[in-house]
Design a protein around this ligand. Structure first.
Ligand code: AMP
Length: 216
């Protein structure tokens, strides 16, 4: 099964993708996570991407494309994946279609997680991420058992540099510019399903799983 999660930053794509990957035994491919890993490891790709990410702007298509091609070439993708953070534009949606077709794959479901701006800002400015395993927490909505420490692996938590209010607003603006056309694109292909993401994460997850299992 090949799934795309669309939604503004903070709509809960990462949280849902991780839970869905576990439940449906799919690999979770997050372009944001792969980019941050490259920045952390100081690769040449990370060095090129970093300034864009810190401003909340999109990293140039060619860079993300190269990175994603390498990910799709790994042996675990044909069995099924959840794509989180890609595509973000119509150009990327077309590129994705080509990349998948070249590997005899196609997307089955596109879920649009719809969240209100107030919820998004509250979620993102309070988000904390594990420096080792990328698990997500929230200072009030989902705090770790010990402040600043990951429940799962014991590593320290950090706040993403792009999770401050100013950059969050810029990221939302970038998202809104592109999303309508992306939604049309997948609606026309009859692959789009909208889910309200202001609800509790467990409710959102159940709705997605129900849709996937009822239409398989
Ligand atoms: P995310 O973790 O999905 O919020 O992504 C964090 C940042 O990584 C974004 O604000 C962009 O700078 C960059 N990024 C992630 N995915 C893409 C993409 N598909 N195209 C361009 N830039 C991306």
């Amino acid at each position: 099964m090949k799934i795309i999660l669309l939604g503004a930053p903070g709509a809960g794509k990462g949280t849902q993708a991780k839970k869905l990957a576990e439940k449906l035994r799919l690999v979770h491919i997050s372009t944001g996570d792969i980019l941050r890993e490259n920045v952390k490891n100081k690769t040449s790709l990370g060095a090129e991407a970093r300034a864009y990410m810190e401003k909340g702007a999109l990293v140039p298509d060619a860079l993300v494309e190269r990175m994603l091609e390498a990910r799709f070439d790994k042996s675990d993708t044909p069995a099924g994946f959840i794509l989180d953070g890609y595509p973000r534009t119509i150009a990327q949606a077309r590129t994705l279609e080509g990349m998948l077709a070249a590997r005899q794959m196609e997307v089955d479901f596109v879920f649009d997680l719809q969240a209100s701006e107030a919820v998004i800002i509250q979620r993102l400015t309070g988000r904390r991420v594990c420096s080792q395993c990328n698990a997500n927490y929230h200072v009030t909505n989902m705090p770790p058992r010990v402040a600043g420490i990951c429940d799962k692996c014991g590593s320290s938590l950090y706040q993403r540099v792009d999770d401050n209010e100013e950059t969050v607003k810029k990221r939302l603006q970038v998202y809104k510019q592109e999303v309508a056309s992306l939604i049309d694109y997948y609606a026309q292909k009859q692959k789009l399903y909208s889910v309200s993401a202001d609800q509790d994460a467990s409710v959102v997850l159940d709705q997605i799983v129900d849709l996937v299992t009822s239409r398989k």
